[in-house]
Design a protein around this ligand. Structure first.
Ligand code: FES
Ligand SMILES: [Fe+2]
Length: 349
């Protein structure tokens, strides 16, 4: 069960050109292209004549032509030309989706277009003020296992031994502040007086031990914002919430279901240090990419097992707090949209 009336990330602004791109979101095949007027169009990727995917077609100005028998559709999905035929029936149309670009992020609304309110889009000004690099990929797991993974960072001590984790003990002892919100959950984790991870130490010069913070905000159903960093112990990171002068990293996550078993994982890394050095942005991106490869192995294996042995009980432990709040927020929204109780909502275990 998906939340239908919500903004999901469909990609990055730079990915969309006049060449049609076929992508599936929430089990629906969609064709996306940028028209001559600069606006991105999203239509059902299925011609209403004989079902050819329009993503095989060609864009002319703001329209797309099906490559099978040449029907042409405008940005609203209406057929505007049938070769060799004057009459065009009003039923000659394909579905069109509301779409908005903000902060280099492309957002799509898969539900009722009448309900699409661009004011509800999560804003991300850091793409304009910090140097960043972004990636789009598909993971072979349910989308909720991706947000679960990000919302329980205790996994880093085990999964990211070689990349992000420095001091397994610091992960277990981290001080955690969690606050549920109407749309999800926010939390901050503090790892005080610990050894900086290799990634941090290679990015900026520390005197010795550091105070680390990890701030996360989950906005149901599809988005997580992360701000992570570290300062030398004694520089006021924890005591006065000083954030400048050490390591700082922001990650934007758009987690969009492709199907129940596959997920579009859109993420960008932005660096808050050595901002005039493109190689610092590049190096950060590749370090995080290596860490996400470690997550990918885990969550794809987890997904396969949960599918094979579905129905068997699972347990929650203390570190599941933020993850459980996130699931509750999403289930509340799905229940409200469908007019059912939260207990009737069916999502991945
Ligand atoms: S299937 Fe598209 S024009 Fe015939
Ligand atoms: Fe991870």
């Amino acid at each position: 069960m998906y939340l239908m009336n919500a903004w999901y990330v469909a990609g990055w602004s730079s990915e969309f050109t006049c060449k049609p791109l076929g992508r599936t979101f929430l089990d629906e095949p969609v064709v996306l292209y940028r028209g001559k007027n600069g606006r991105i169009v999203a239509l059902e990727d299925r011609c209403c004549h004989r079902g050819m995917p329009l993503s095989h077609g060609e864009v002319f100005d703001n329209h797309i032509r099906c490559e099978y028998h040449g029907l042409m559709f405008d940005g609203g999905g209406r057929c505007v030309d049938i070769p060799g035929q004057k009459m065009i029936s009003p039923s000659a149309k394909v579905r069109h989706y509301a779409l908005e670009e903000r902060d280099d992020i492309v957002w799509i609304w898969m539900g009722d277009p009448q309900k699409a309110n661009p004011e509800q889009i999560v804003r991300y000004p850091w793409h304009a003020s910090w140097p960043y690099k972004a990636k789009s990929e598909i993971l072979k797991c349910n989308y909720l296992l991706v947000s679960d993974n990000l919302l329980d960072q205790t996994h880093a001590a085990y999964v990211h031994k070689s990349t992000l984790a420095s001091d397994p003990d610091a992960y277990a002892k981290a001080e955690m502040h969690t606050s549920p919100t109407t749309d999800g959950v926010k939390f901050t984790r503090w790892m005080l007086n610990c050894i900086p991870p290799g990634l941090y130490a290679s990015a900026v010069k520390f005197n010795g031990r550091v105070d680390r913070w990890q701030e996360f905000e989950y906005v149901a159903p599809s988005c997580i914002l992360q701000f992570t960093g570290a300062l030398d112990v004694g520089k006021g990171a924890y005591e006065e919430r000083v954030r400048e002068g050490g390591f700082g990293l922001r990650i934007f996550y758009g987690i969009t279901p492709e199907t129940e078993d596959t997920t579009w994982f859109f993420w960008s890394t932005a660096n808050g240090y050595r901002q005039n050095e493109p190689e610092a942005t590049e190096q950060l991106f590749h370090s995080i990419e290596a860490a996400f490869k470690e997550d990918e192995i885990v969550i794809e294996a987890q997904h396969a097992t949960l599918r094979r042995l579905s129905g068997r009980p699972l347990i929650n432990i203390n570190s599941d707090g933020a993850r459980v709040h996130a699931r509750l927020a999403l289930e509340r929204k799905i229940a409200a949209e469908r007019g059912i109780s939260r207990e009737q909502v069916v999502t991945m275990a």
